[in-house]
Design a protein around this ligand. Sequence first.
Ligand code: SF4
Length: 294
Amino acid sequence: MGLFHCPLGAPYYDDDACIDCGLCYAKTSEERVEASRKIREYMKAHAPRTSAVSKVAICGKGGSGKTTVVALLTLALKEAGRRVIVIDADESNPGLGRMLGIIGEPKPLSDLFNEDGLFSERERFYMDDIPPGFVSAVDGVRFMAVGKILDPFQGCACSLAESARQIVEKLELKEGEVLILDMEAGVESFGRGVERHADTILIVVEPSFESIMVAGRIAQMAQGMGIGRVGAILNKVAPDAMASRTTKELEKKDVKVLGILNYSPELAEAAFEGTPVKYGVAVTEAGTIVSALM
Ligand code: SF4
């Protein structure tokens, strides 16, 4: 099994990083489940013990509004005095850069890790170490992207996921910096262990059966990885009983709701146009979520 598939990032079986979980040579689904159990136990035992909110992965079902939430939280964190670094780790959806007000997309981080062998061999790096072409900035917010699947026959997204995992693991944050990741939809990235080094998982949930089910699965996986801070943000909630019904369903799955973004015209307009949300109720609500989080 190669570098892109080992959840612990071991480049080959029997490497120092390999714990002999058995995934490499598993032939049946029972053997894969057993390998997953061993990896989870290892990850839990070696999870970073930090009380600070510094590496935050935004997850959820496709269409739940992750990108809009990332843009809003970025704004709120900036208002709270944090220096925000945003990573677009979604290999499909375009538009996060635009929602942040970024002009000029940065070069994909997968190029940096794939082409510069020396860079991927580093155990740690700071933002200052990343070459300028791979970082765009606006109003003090720095933005990077792992890359996108743009063409047919381009190949699988393993190298993009691996780039995201390396960033989460190896980027050393300085005082006041916070990293926000816009993850790909669903749970595949958890299967790859991309979020393993995040300290906070925020699950964006819209009031729908599927979204609640996916949230439950994500929370279970995040806790299985040993990530201590996991919560949900309700999004696109109409001002009626849906918020409490959705909250109750999430509580049944042991998922705590950290905040609510009610449906609002400015949020709908921003989501439709793919433009930054800069004012209105949603901005206030995002500020409340950030205060609760910090
Ligand atoms: S046996 Fe497990 S830990 Fe070792 S390389 Fe394979 S997947 Fe990674």
